[in-house]
Design a protein around this ligand. Structure first.
Ligand code: ADP
Ligand code: GLC
Length: 477
């Protein structure tokens, strides 16, 4: 049995802004089911929600700041969660990373450096918790200093750093390194420095014993200039310890047979009932209730990564097609406004909800016929897997985890019953529009459509296989 400290800046259902939250909520649970002793460590943000008991464990002092560690559990699964309680840094409302204007909190470097230092104290059993980690599994830049700081310790746990998204690196002006009191041994171009800046993600990439990312295709893509953001050289240099492990999904949370958020539960054998969710979705979003017209759905952070600009360019053409389009998301204001304007002009065809809404997300997965993910890049992506489980056909760009989890509909994949969606290559509005037209044509062939739904619904997207791969990795270090 391995003692694993899972270091993360979000975990569903405590707090979530995107897929990292889903993964941190479900991977530790899957590892615990493989009999591993997993503890999560996460900042105690004001917006973190738990119905479980929270108890005080201990107080620590790092870098001249007093910090309490509190203990709670993940609902149901029971995985132990250690909350890093430092009100000065974490006790304010809103998003963990950005303010209401979408700008990063000005003290992010200090906040997450403190979080990393506490994780190191806990991992090294210096927090009086009577528990020393064998493996410290870090996620994304917010935990990047942990492998770096641990590399300076004797008799330390092994470290794994998982890249969920290379586009977010935790880059700060170089001068901040001094105010964070970071050890001089780490401050050089093979360490935390990146073009005179301080890079949190490099702490993971340069110092972790193993690096993983969330799909095999993305593991290759980040070794190229297009998606390596200047770190492709370092990643290529470390390729012997870099691997891609595809994310699983939480089959309990995303199960159309038991989903409490949808209006009619259904499964592969009762797929006709999916239709009730479509009507409910149309009613709820004030679209004409029409069972025959294909409904396209999209749920996403509204950022360039997700190809939202491509979609916005396609929408005027989509108006002339027999379809409805529903979108749930928030993010860049420019995207929000363009989308809302179009919905205003075409209320019978387009419904845009600018918010973060877990329950509407489930209803869209259940009620839509087709799910759009025109991502410019996508390390893994989860909604294409949720969609397949819900009998909703994904239309995706061939990149990262989308390429690894959706099988295009072609004569041979129809024949061997492996087709589960529509895959297009180029990141351009024209190719996206072609893919949308293909989806409409396929939708009008009920036999093929039902086959695609059935193929997707029977695929195994559980965490079991991937959790076993992580465990094998832990054992290999
Ligand atoms: P990313 O982590 O890049 O945002 P993923 O596909 O891995 O992308 O995961 C996104 C997760 O966040 C999914 O669970 C998706 O349903 C959810 N999500 C994104 N935007 C919203 C929103 N506005 N409301 C509800 N859920 C959302
Ligand atoms: C990131 C990626 C997304 C991935 C998620 C969870 O936010 O953008 O593709 O699914 O992390 O690993």
């Amino acid at each position: 049995m391995k003692k694993v400290l899972f270091v993360t800046s979000e975990a569903h259902p405590l707090i979530k802004t995107g897929g990292l939250g889903d993964v941190s909520g479900s991977l530790p649970k899957a590892l615990a089911e493989l009999s591993q002793d997993v503890r999560l460590i996460i900042p105690n943000y004001q917006s973190l929600k738990t119905n479980e008991d929270v108890r005080y464990l201990c107080s620590l002092r790092v870098d001249n700041r007093a910090v309490d560690i509190l203990e709670t559990h993940m609902p149901e699964a029971g995985v132990i969660v250690w909350l890093v309680d430092c009100p000065e840094y974490f006790d304010y409302p809103g998003n963990p990373y950005v303010d209401e204007q979408g700008n990063p909190w000005s003290n992010n470097a200090e906040r997450f450096a403190l979080f990393c230092r506490i994780a190191v104290e806990v991992a090294m059993n210096r927090a009086h918790l009577d528990w020393k980690a064998d493996i410290v599994h870090c996620n994304d830049w917010q935990s990047g200093l942990v492998p770096a700081l641990l590399s300076l310790e004797h008799d330390r746990p092994a470290t794994v750093f998982t890249i969920h998204n290379m586009a977010y690196q935790g880059l700060f002006p170089g001068i901040i390194a001094a105010s964070l009191n970071l050890p001089g041994q780490l401050l050089h171009s093979n360490g935390l420095e990146f073009h005179s800046m301080l890079s949190f993600i490099k702490g993971g990439l340069a110092y972790a014993d193993r690096i993983t990312t969330v799909s095999p295709t993305y593991a290759l893509e980040i070794q190229t200039p297009a998606l390596g953001y200047g770190l492709e050289g370092l990643l290529t240099y470390r390729k012997e310890v870099l691997s891609g492990i595809i994310n699983g999904i939480d089959l309990d949370q995303w199960n159309p047979e038991t989903d409490p958020y949808i209006s009619q539960q259904y499964g592969a054998k009762s797929l006709a009932k999916k239709q009730f969710n479509k009507s409910e979705l149309q009613r709820k979003l004030s679209l004409p209730v029409n069972g025959d017209i294909p409904v396209f759905g999209l749920i996403s952070r509204l950022v360039e990564q997700k190809g939202i600009d491509l979609l916005i360019e396609c929408l005027p053409d989509m108006i002339d097609m027999p379809l409805q389009f529903v979108l749930l998301g928030n993010g860049e204001h420019e995207f929000e406004h363009s989308l809302q304007n179009l919905a205003h002009i075409y209320p019978d065809k387009i419904a845009i909800t600018i918010s973060y809404d877990e329950s509407l997300a489930h209803l869209i997965e259940a009620g839509a016929d087709i799910f759009l993910m025109p991502s410019r890049f996508e390390p893994c992506g989860l909604n294409q897997m949720y969609s397949q489980r819900y009998g909703t056909i994904p239309v995706v760009r061939k990149t990262g985890g989308l390429a690894d989890t959706v099988i295009d509909t072609l004569p041979e994949t129809i024949a061997n019953k492996s087709a589960t969606g529509i895959v297009f290559n180029e990141a351009s509005p024209g190719t996206l529009l072609e893919a949308i037209k293909r989806a409409i044509i396929l939708y009008s062939s009920p036999d093929i459509w039902k086959q695609l739904q059935a193929n997707g619904m029977k695929k195994d997207f559980s965490w079991q296989q991937s959790a076993k791969q992580y465990l094998a990795l832990y054992r290999s270090i």
